[in-house]
Design a protein around this ligand. Structure first.
Ligand SMILES: [Zn+2]
Length: 346
């Protein structure tokens, strides 16, 4: 079955134009993140953004962008009922203020948004969380665990009925917490966190294109993620967190966090699952578990992956506005290829 991407950054304008095909030709649906430079904080803005995306899709495209709303401390509980009626958005996104790209409008204290979260639980609207506790006093490698202990655990104990996705998990602590939590809590795992540990950022020099948030952790955490993603456990599924940034913004004095992984996400995953001898569970991770958590039908359309005898030619970057966006995958041998319908290419 065709896969879904439960965490995707498509950006706007020229970048959106260049990156959309990589997701829309492979994935059936994607949960589109709302942290634009002018964030998607209202249903109207979500509708406009959806229009901007869909007008760029080919006429025969089977791709559905699922929209999210950016939660702020000013979001009112009343808006949740309107959202439920309007079917405009699929989930609401919680960014702790200052945790990542364009998160300055995010949440400073979870207590201020409890009435909104309660209304979401009543109306069965899922919450997606960037689970890191920001703050210079916290070590960057501990921020996920701190968020779980000090914020997530408290939200779940107050509102156990709220459906939550803890996004892009990176630690053994997160895996264990999710496995033991109630059925409403699930998590996405990215391709790059399955492939990189924290040393990759510093191999023979600094590698700005391997810098993302949450930052990659120790090898033992990567191994645990690998084991969990390939296990078929229905609480874990793919969210690529593919996040294109122009090279000049990543290779700068203060480089942006984010890895553009959409072009080879599925190819790389097929290789990972094959190596773990778990190819049978690939479909659960990319096509079934996520749809089940979001209470949506599993796709019926299909996609074909073919294994080649030698590595396929991997693109290094795409050009955007006299600059480029580097593609994740160029440092790896990729043997799996996606067979697109005739007359289609990337
Ligand atoms: Zn993200």
């Amino acid at each position: 079955m065709k896969p879904d991407d439960w965490h995707l950054h498509l950006r706007e304008g020229a970048v959106l134009n260049k990156v959309l095909d990589f997701s829309s030709k492979v994935f059936s649906r994607a949960l589109v993140m709302p942290n634009l430079s002018n964030p998607v904080i209202s249903p109207l803005k979500a509708m406009e953004y959806k229009k901007e995306i869909t007008k760029r899709l080919g006429r025969n495209s089977e791709f559905t962008p699922l929209m999210t709303l950016y939660l702020t401390e000013s979001t009112k509980p009343q808006i949740i009922k309107e959202l439920k009626r309007g079917h405009i958005i699929t989930a609401i996104k919680y960014y702790p203020a200052g945790a990542t790209t364009n998160s300055t409008n995010g949440i400073k204290s979870f207590k201020t948004i409890l009435p909104v979260l309660e209304e979401m639980a009543k109306n069965d609207i899922p919450l997606c969380i960037h689970g890191e506790l920001p703050g210079e006093e916290y070590d960057i490698f501990d921020r996920e665990k701190l968020f779980i202990d000090l914020v997530l655990d408290r939200i779940i104990s107050i509102i156990p009925d709220l459906r939550i996705t803890l996004e892009h998990i990176t630690t053994l602590d997160a895996i264990q917490y999710i496995k033991h939590a109630n059925k409403n809590l699930a998590a996405t795992i990215t391709v790059h966190h399955l492939m990189l540990n924290r040393n990759h950022m510093f191999q023979k020099g600094i590698r700005p294109h391997y810098y993302c948030l949450p930052v990659a952790k120790r090898e033992k955490h990567r191994k645990a993620l690998l084991q969990t993603a390939t296990s078929g456990n229905k609480k874990f599924f793919l969210g690529t967190d593919s996040a294109p940034h122009l090279s000049r913004d990543k290779e700068s004095d203060c480089g942006c966090a984010g890895i553009f992984s959409a072009p080879y996400a599925l190819n790389l995953l097929a290789g990972i699952f094959e190596e773990e001898k778990k190819l049978d569970n690939l479909e659960k991770f990319v096509s079934i578990n996520g749809a089940t958590h979001y209470n949506l039908p599993v796709n019926t359309n299909k996609i074909t992956l073919v294994k080649r005898d030698s590595p396929i030619k991997v693109r290094n970057h795409i050009k955007v506005n006299n600059d480029k966006v580097m593609i994740f995958g160029k440092d790896f041998d990729i043997y799996w290829e996606i067979k697109l319908p005739k007359n289609e290419s990337f």
